[in-house]
Design a binder for this molecule. Structure first.
Ligand code: ACM
Length: 270
């Protein structure tokens, strides 16, 4: 049963060339209000059609107990972080995908909230929980695409099925809020982009939290696997680039090979 209803949006049908960006930032554990302010300050006067913020950008990441999560998780869409993001998206007419700790009844999810033009569109809940996250959060059950924008969160990257599912559901760009701690993801996202012919926008954290260092290197990658911009490993920044989604429509690799039509699911069983 689907619990997260969302409105499909014609986000890209009218806009092939878009301005997409990310906020790379250092969050402060348990300071939801301060972290939202910090993100807004980093965005400043920059304008984007799509803006991606890191995983759990509002709360910080390195929880020790479920009680700590219970103290700061917010309901969606009625929580203050979602409200603040709606205000920002209304101001700019943008779509925002941002990692938020979600409270739903007695359960908690590592989620990404999606808003556009001041409207709440829906929530994606991280499917593949990483390490200690399994102690606090419940996993999500499906991948979601909003218009042409698919969403996955951080460690979802290591399972190629995540990006593949999003592409098969119609994503031409994957928004990827992250708190990366392993070194491999920035290079791996080039492969995710190539094997699905999609754009990817990874928004990562920087800094150290309770001894855990985040690797930064947020990036925007095109469907040929070319990195259009990669951030540093340490600095906060907000970066926006133009992308042309029409280059993600065509899934042909050669005149005789197509990433969708050439799939042979019957050969993939084991
Ligand atoms: C991670 O999934 N935050 C490593």
């Amino acid at each position: 049963m689907r619990t997260n209803k969302y409105e499909p949006v014609d986000f890209v049908d009218c806009e092939q060339v878009m301005r997409v960006g990310f906020v790379q930032m250092d969050s402060t554990l348990f300071d939801n209000e301060g972290n939202l302010d910090r993100a807004l300050r980093l965005v400043g006067k920059k304008r984007a059609d799509l803006l991606v913020l890191p995983e759990l950008f509002n709360t910080g990441y390195n929880f020790r107990t479920k009680k700590e999560v219970a103290g700061i998780a917010e309901s969606i869409p009625n929580g203050p972080t979602t409200e603040g993001l709606r205000d920002l998206s209304r101001r700019d007419g943008s779509m925002i995908v941002a990692g938020v700790a979600e409270r739903k009844g007695p359960s908690f999810y590592n989620s990404a909230v999606v808003v556009k033009d001041g409207r709440y569109l829906g929530t994606f809940r991280k499917v593949h929980l990483f390490y200690n996250e399994k102690k606090f959060f419940k996993p999500g059950r499906d991948f979601k695409v909003f218009g042409k924008v698919g969403v996955m969160i951080c460690f979802d990257w290591i399972f190629p099925e995540s990006a593949r599912t999003l592409m098969l559901k119609g994503a031409e760009l994957i928004a990827h809020p992250s708190n990366l701690v392993l070194p491999h993801c920035p290079e791996a996202m080039k492969i995710r982009a190539i094997e699905n012919r999609v754009y990817t926008v990874t928004a990562d954290r920087v800094g150290v939290e309770r001894g855990l260092r985040f690797i930064g290197q947020s990036e925007i990658v095109n469907p040929d696997g070319r990195v259009l911009y990669r951030a540093s490993g340490t600095r906060e920044e907000c970066v926006v680039r133009n992308v042309d989604l029409s280059s993600a429509h065509n899934k042909s690799v050669t005149p005789m090979n197509n990433l969708v039509k050439d799939r042979t699911p019957w050969a993939y069983s084991w």
